[in-house]
Design a protein around this ligand. Structure first.
Ligand code: THU
Length: 134
């Protein structure tokens, strides 16, 4: 992936973060998922008064893409921070890692942004080794 693509995905994750609905945790997350055909699907976290109903930004992006027929993915950028606080790298939660494993191989790229100009890159295989699948 080129530096330009990384920058563009991170920028899209921050745009998605603006839509986050997080009145309970005030932790705002945005994600931008790049499909192999170069389409991008954005997602934000969507919380609920019944907390367990809440959905992470990453899964929102995946659910949008999968429900539109996408099956092949290259990378996801994630940006998250508590409202009013400076950002830090935002690793995907365990549930999202497992969800990614359903559709992505171990080389799927995960960009964890700290700001629009700083991010860490790793693979799904690094974040969820020995993962379970059928
Ligand atoms: N959250 C995400 O959207 N993605 C993650 O990978 C970690 C957590 C959301 C869920 C909840 O709305 C808020 O962040 C605090 O946990």
């Amino acid at each position: 992936m080129t530096r330009e693509t990384e920058e563009m995905l991170v920028r899209q994750a921050y745009e998605a973060q603006e839509r986050a609905y997080a009145p309970y945790s005030h932790f705002m997350v945005g994600a931008a998922l790049l499909a192999e055909n170069d389409r991008i699907y954005r997602g934000c976290n969507i919380e609920n008064a019944a907390y367990s109903v809440s959905n992470c930004a990453e899964r929102t992006a995946f659910f949008k893409a999968i429900s539109e027929g996408e099956r092949d993915f290259t990378a996801i950028a994630i940006a998250g921070n508590r409202e009013g606080n400076p950002g830090d790298y935002c690793p995907p939660c365990g549930v999202c890692r497992q969800m990614m494993t359903e559709f992505c191989g171990k080389d799927f790229i995960i960009l964890m942004a700290k700001s629009r100009t700083e991010w860490k890159i790793c693979t799904l295989g690094e974040l969820l080794p020995e993962s379970f699948s059928l």
